[in-house]
Design a protein around this ligand. Structure first.
Ligand code: PLP
Length: 448
């Protein structure tokens, strides 16, 4: 085995490359955030439709140049509202990419529609429109691309696809607040779009979501859905709420204090996005050209919001002949020992989820008979399997790129270079000490 002149690996007892005290945790809560929340609690908490919620919608519209925003309680609710507001109805089919958070397909099921899963592109990890074309049927109502990792999917192709097949384009922009493609912001392309304010997002209130649109009727549809079927309006002093339920709907409203936190965080969004982009560029510059490692590809004229960054590894370069997932697991193990907080985001394509392998899409109910699941089919969505087997993620919560220092990025580069140094990689891939990262709860099927 080749010997190495690089510092000893942390998994072998060497000093970790990253000084853990250097890492900043996300989200950052400032005194201004605390003051905004306290003020909302003192003055605005009495009503979920209070002034902070209204102002949040207006400020979101000003930031994104959208006409309408419906503030809701989560990105999942925003996805549901975006689909309903785009006209998705019971029995329709909606094409979604195989790499996403489960909310993307759950929102389709909440419309009593059927999610149809398309493969992704190997370079941008977003919807493969060629594969999606294969899946179009007369029941297809909408396409629901995801701006995965905060990179706007190919919206030029999406819009052509929608026109050619007579379907509506809805954007899952939950990870992509502030991301742009050709100067246009995420949310600018579809009839409707969904954003999330969850914790692991570039703009966060820990909970919350927003459905946006330029279409008046879509806006009204989302408001009915999110407000228990009422046409709610701000009440003047002395007015009484009508409690007049016109359509089935849900209580998807956000509290005044959550809205206040979101508004306060929005003031710093540009600074966070700039920091995340600088950090990603520093990593890509520092790691480009390492054999067996592929840095994230950002298509020209795209500016991501950098929800995460996915690095592909090529096991063949290291002479690894086993399963690629074990190779990337071993790399994650060695990187984490160095203090480089490498991780996975999604372990399998959405099509492998049990929720999509039952004959019906009902939620679990007490006494539900446990019908056998359709087996996991690895021949479906081969690119997504390949990507998830052969990659790791950096920049995940609580170590999002939006708050990391230059020094932390320099140390990340050092740690990753150390692990990918050929003699070290040989040792990592041969090690008997390796322990797979624990998955909680364990996934019952063998997804390898
Ligand atoms: C792509 C995508 N869609 C939808 C959601 C759902 O957002 P939330 O967690 O706010 O419900 C998320 C967030 O986790 C997401 O990443």
């Amino acid at each position: 085995m080749a010997t190495s002149s690089a510092p000893i690996l942390a998994v072998d007892g060497g000093r970790p490359a990253v000084d853990r005290d250097e890492l900043r945790r996300w989200p950052e809560i400032t005194k201004a955030d605390v003051a905004a929340v306290v003020s909302a609690l003192e003055t605005d908490i009495g009503s979920a439709a209070g002034k902070n919620v209204t102002l949040l919608g207006e400020e979101f519209c000003a930031y994104t140049s959208r006409k309408y925003a419906v503030v809701v309680s989560s990105g999942t609710a925003a996805c549901h509202a975006a689909l309903i507001a785009a006209g998705v109805r019971s029995g329709d089919e909606v094409i979604v990419p195989a790499l996403s958070f489960q909310a993307t397909f759950l929102a389709v099921q909440q419309c009593d529609a059927r999610p149809i899963i398309a493969d992704i592109r190997p370079d941008t990890f977003t919807m493969d429109w060629g594969d999606a074309a294969r899946l179009v049927s007369e029941r297809t109502r909408a396409i629901f691309p995801v701006h995965a990792h905060g990179l706007v999917a190919d919206m030029d192709a999406a819009q052509k696809f929608a026109t050619r097949h007579g379907v509506v384009l809805v954007e899952d922009a939950c990870q992509a607040m502030g991301a742009t493609a050709h100067g246009r912001m995420a949310g600018d392309f579809g009839v409707t779009a969904a954003f999330s304010l969850a914790r692991a997002k570039p703009w966060t209130a820990v909970v919350g979501g927003i459905m946006s649109t330029d279409d008046t009727d879509s806006y009204q549809a989302a408001r009915y859905l999110a407000n228990l079927g009422e046409r709610r309006q701000p009440l003047a002093p002395g007015d009484l709420r009508a409690y007049w339920c016109e359509y089935p709907g849900f209580n998807y409203r956000l509290s005044a204090s959550d809205a206040a936190l979101a508004r306060s965080q929005l003031k710093r969004l540009d600074a966070y996005l700039a920091r995340a982009r600088e950090n990603l560029a520093a990593l890509c510059d520092g790691l480009d050209g390492i054999p067996g490692l592929v840095v994230p590809h950002i298509p020209s004229d795209h500016v991501p919001s950098v929800a995460y960054a996915r690095f592909m590894v090529d096991p063949a370069v290291f002479g690894w002949t086993g399963h690629p997932r074990e190779c990337s697991d071993r790399i994650i193990w060695a990187l984490r020992a160095e203090g480089v907080m490498a991780s996975r985001w999604q372990l399998n394509p959405l099509s492998a989820m049990p929720a999509l392998r039952r004959s019906t899409a009902e939620p679990y109910y007490p006494g539900m008979p446990q019908a056998p699941l359709r087996p996991v089919d690895r021949t479906l969505h081969p690119v997504t399997w390949h990507v998830l087997d052969s990659s790791f993620i950096l920049g995940e919560e609580p170590y999002m790129f939006h708050v990391q220092t230059d020094r932390a990025m320099t140390q990340f580069v050092e740690g990753i270079r150390k692990v990918f140094e050929p003699a070290h990689m040989a040792r990592i891939l041969a090690s008997d000490d390796y322990k797979p990262v624990r998955i909680v709860p364990p996934i019952p099927e063998d997804i390898m």
